[in-house]
Design a protein around this ligand. Structure first.
Ligand code: NAI
Length: 510
């Protein structure tokens, strides 16, 4: 094992002290090494290195350049699995081609299911709200693994590409419980669920339903919910209305950046990705290629993420001391070039030196962090799982096939298509009940004002409802077989009733 220490502006390896807690560390690409160096310098000055060993984990642009399409070395995976902790700088994602985002891969691979971000007005960082005297101080908890981030995409026809959006009940339960537990720890009294359940009634509907269900275990915490578009407006108008917001992945991603804008930009937003076995702490912003190598990047976001990490492992006292030093530094008008200020901007390492010099000082224009006594590592790495763990929320709900949605690639007009499909299903247990195009019904009724593309959903349902529960999925597969003799199939979805309730949505206009 090696320790990365900051020596005169460079990170270098030295033998480890095995009594210390090992943490995997990746400086990252672009400005990553510069801001990481600054943060490690502050950590060293605050005595953090007496308790932790940073173990280099190789990933990022160098790995992509070696032809590793994941961008993550086996050594890095091994180190993260051994330590259960990763502190990382930003990493570039190759645009186009096969290279996937390392950040998304890490969160998914290690089941870091909740992304926690704190957005707070900082002294010396001028925003419209600081000028108006409106304090901003709220948390966003974003589901981190599911949703469109499954990256399950297919070209279905010449003109249509699909992205599957998966929301699972165990995934919702994990993130909601994490939000409530974190709210408890932080003394937060109200948690808001944001969603688009008015449109995505089943997926976002599940997210909201599970929020309400899990909330029953936390009766002392007030809850409410808000549709995502209204949330965005409310955040811009009155951000002080919120304490903690929990959202599905994509919506959470967008709202997180919006929230960063409220407190002065991405340079000030810390982020932690928390799972049961692995936690990843990273800056919210990217590699900033436009300023990389100039030594002018703002290390605050990475530093604040590092402070969440210190609290996570038990070094709460060191975290509070550094946090107060940071606030006092900003109060003194010391800032990097991305922040407006009266004083001329300083360089990254000058900013780090200033924070180190302010260690022990308290901010005077904002509430200082309470410096407690907890200054020893209390983190216990969970046991390594021995096999894939299955998570379940609902079990044994009776479900019965009641039809099938078959997706076909054709430019045939709806009525002609209906005639052919009706002929195909004439002698089986199913009848044609619906044809929709891009989710809007175009048969049996519709409007010629509805524009169509080369991708139809055709829905078949049982002719005799009394057959429900008396047939398996074989007749639906047989129907698919017959339809594929005539049409190009692009997708197939058996329709089921779950405990008597349809496990599928209606078409727009149905
Ligand atoms: P970016 O966040 O790197 O840069 C956006 C703008 O903010 C630029 O003008 C940049 O100079 C500025 N900026 C960002 N961080 C700053 C800092 N600490 N100090 C001062 N200014 C800062 O976003 P962009 O340009 O869209 O992405 C660049 C690369 O970073 C891409 O390859 C992207 O995939 C990757 N990325 C990585 C993330 C991560 O590792 N967590 C997150 C976001 C993007």
């Amino acid at each position: 094992m090696t320790t990365l220490t900051q020596t005169t502006g460079k990170t270098s390896a030295m033998p480890s002290n095995s009594n210390k807690l090992a943490i995997a560390l990746t400086p990252g690409d672009g400005i990553g090494p510069e801001i990481m160096e600054a943060v490690l310098h502050i950590f060293k000055a605050a005595g953090v290195m007496d308790h932790v060993d940073f173990v280099h984990a190789e990933m990022g642009e160098k790995e992509f350049a070696r032809g590793n399409s994941s961008g993550i070395s086996d050594q890095a995976i091994d180190t993260i699995e051994r330590t259960g902790l990763l502190f990382k700088g930003p990493m570039g994602t190759p645009i186009g081609g096969g290279g996937k985002s390392i950040n998304v891969t890490l969160r998914k691979k290690f089941s870091a299911f909740a992304n926690l971000r704190h957005f707070q007005s900082l002294p010396g960082v001028e925003t419209v709200f600081s000028k108006a005297g409106v304090p901003v101080d709220f948390y966003v908890v974003r589901e981190n693994i599911e949703d469109t981030y499954g990256g399950i995409e297919h070209r279905l026809t010449n003109d249509v590409i699909e992205c599957k959006r998966l929301i699972s009940a165990p995934g919702c339960d994990q993130v909601h419980r994490f939000a409530f537990e974190t709210a408890h720890k932080l003394g937060i009294s109200t948690v808001t669920c944001s969603h688009k359940a008015n449109i995505m009634k089943m997926t976002d509907g599940l997210f909201l339903e599970r929020f309400r269900h899990i909330a029953k275990d936390y009766e002392d915490i007030e809850t409410n919910d808000v549709i995502i578009d209204a949330l965005c407006m409310n955040l811009v108008l009155r951000p002080d209305r919120y304490q903690m917001i929990v959202l599905p992945n994509l919506q959470g991603d967008i709202v997180s950046d919006l929230a960063a804008g409220l407190v002065g930009g991405l340079g000030f937003a810390p982020s932690a990705n928390i799972g049961e076995n692995v936690a990843i702490f990273e800056a919210v912003h990217g590699t900033a290629p436009d300023i990389a190598g100039k030594g002018i990047a703002n290390p605050t976001s990475l530093l604040l993420s590092g402070l969440i990490m210190l609290r996570h492992i038990g070094l709460a006292k060191q975290a509070a001391i550094i946090n107060n030093a940071l606030l006092a530094t900003l109060e003194d008008g010391i800032h990097t070039g991305d922040v407006k200020g009266d004083k001329p901007p300083v360089k990254t390492m000058e900013f780090a030196d200033a924070v180190a010099d302010h260690l022990g000082k308290m901010p005077t224009t904002c509430t200082p962090r309470v410096v407690g006594t907890q200054d020893k590592v209390s983190f216990n790495k969970p046991e390594r799982p021995t096999s894939y763990r299955l998570r379940r929320t609902f079990q044994n709900i009776p479900s019965h096939v009641c039809g099938a949605d078959i997706y076909v690639d054709t430019t045939m007009p709806p009525f002609e298509l209906a005639q052919k499909l009706q002929a195909i299903c004439e002698y089986g247990p199913f009848k044609l009940t619906l044809i929709s195009n891009r989710g809007t019904q175009v048969w049996p009724s519709g409007s010629v004002y509805t524009e169509i593309v080369d991708y139809y959903r055709v829905r078949f349902e049982l002719k005799d409802p009394n057959m429900l529960g008396k047939i398996g999925q074989a007749p639906a597969i047989h129907l698919l077989d017959k339809v594929c003799e005539v049409f190009t199939i692009t997708d197939f979805q058996p329709l089921r009733m779950y405990d008597g309730k349809p496990g599928f949505s209606l078409a727009q206009g149905q």
